[in-house]
Each structure stands twice: as structure tokens, then as C-alpha cells.
Ligand binder design. Sequence first.
Ligand SMILES: Nc1ncnc2c1ncn2[C@@H]1O[C@H](COP(=O)(O)OP(=O)(O)O)[C@@H](O)[C@H]1O
Ligand SMILES: [Mg+2]
Length: 263
Amino acid sequence: MQIVLGILANAGGVGKTTLAVHLAYEVSKLGHPVAILDLDPQRSLDVFCGLEPVDSQDSLVTVFSKDFKGQWPLVETWQGSRVQVCQGHPYMSSMSDQLVTRRRGEYALADRLRKYPLTHDLVIIDCPATLGMLATNALAASTHLLVPVQLEMKSAFGAAGLIEWCIEVSDELELNPRPPILGIVPCMYDSKTAIHRQILQQLPEITSQLSVTLYPRVRDSKEFKNASAVGLPLQKYRPNHPAVEDFKVLSKDIDRLIQDAKG
Ligand SMILES: Nc1ncnc2c1ncn2[C@@H]1O[C@H](COP(=O)(O)OP(=O)(O)O)[C@@H](O)[C@H]1O
Ligand SMILES: [Mg+2]
């Protein structure tokens, strides 16, 4: 079995792509080949990976197309890393509309991954901001889910709604087993912001009520933006930056999942 990690949130700008990129890099450094699939029509993953935008036939759009025969359009990213990317494309949003009327539309990505498996130990699905057909595809294709939250009222308490959505949709799609939520990751934590400190303090209670794991927070740092501006993960851009540590616990857990899946 392969680990397919869907990174979901019910808003944009909470740190999904940042989490996808930094986890991919970290887990690859533990010796695992990793693929990131960009389901976001805004294709912000391209920027984080220093990649030029591609035509739709060289993007994930091709994987969804009816005549796909297993030629995943994967490209290398970050020289020397074991991370490959299947790039997104704005046409993904029209694709999303078409999936609504297509037979097994919700399972399109899951079906592709089953019929034409990727060989990577870990596949990370970077989701768009809205919980539409593309997010539903991610859910159906995932073995595990990860939920980044921002430490603002709306986002932190919206996590409960998102988890409910995952459970409801999984049941409707009769996903068996239902992909478990690996955990919640508080993102962009600024210790100087009172509301961040307050919500971070409340999160253990919220997550224990929801029976989900709470991962260590990822701190706020302008270096994340600076790193992505040159298409690099922070680990490569500033290897000694303290925020590099913020992904370690989560990466170790994913490493363990991969080992278990391999048996
Ligand atoms: N921990 C962080 N500290 C500072 N800026 C961050 C952090 N995480 C993400 N950002 C920035 O916030 C913006 C939104 O993050 P992104 O990962 O693209 O969110 P999403 O994928 O959920 O839309 C980006 O400009 C990103 O560089
Ligand atoms: Mg994103």
C-alpha cells in the first residue's frame, strides 16, 4: 500500500501548499520518493517549486482526461531531491465542472491512481481552497488527510466543519476505509499575536473533542515567502532556520506510516 496524503482546508491562504512542499522535501530526505499532485487551478505549487507553468496536456488535466493511458506528466523539482511534481493548470476548474456529470466523477483521481499507480512511497495532494469536486476527488483518492489551520477564529473553529465534511462525504462515497485524519497543523503561528497564543492554547481541547491529533505549530516567518519566491523549500533556502524543525514530528509520523504500509 502507498500513502496518499490529501492536504485539505476550507479556505485559501492557510498554508496548504507550504505544508505540502515542506513535508514533501522532509520525507524525501528520509529516503522516500515523493510525488506532489497540484489539484489547485491557481497552480501556486509551480511557484513554490520554481517551475514554469505548463500547457494543460503536460499537467494533471491530462491525468483526468478520458484517453489517459498512464503517462503521468511528472517533473523533477529542487535539484538533488527525490520529489516529483504533477503540475496544475487553470483548466482544472472546467475539468471540475465536467466531473460532476461524468460517471464515477468523484473517483476519477482514485481510479487513475489504482489503474496506473505511481511508484512513489508518498503521494501528496495539494487541494484548492474550495470543497468542490476537486477536493472530493482528493478525499476519495487519499489514504490519510491532513488539515492545516490558521490561528484565527474562523479557521480554527472551521476545522470542525471541515472534519464533518470529510466524514459526510466519505460516507456518501462509501469509502472503505474512510481516510483517517492524520492530524491538524496550526500554521503561521506568531507568538507576538495574542489571538494566536489564545487559540493555540484552546486547540488541544478542540482537537481532543474531535479525536484528532494536534501537530506542533508551524511558526510564522517571512523566510517562507522569501524561500518560495526563489522556488525553494525553507530547508534548502535556509537549512539552519529554526522553522525547519517545525515539520520534523509530522515527517517522522509519515515515515512511520510509509514503513508500516510497506510491511
Ligand atoms: N509559516 C508561514 N509564515 C509566513 N508565511 C507563510 C507561512 N506559511 C505560508 N505562508 C505564506 O502565506 C501565503 C499562503 O500560503 P499557502 O501555503 O500558499 O496557502 P494555501 O495553499 O492554503 O493557499 C503564501 O504567500 C506563503 O508563502
Ligand atoms: Mg495552495
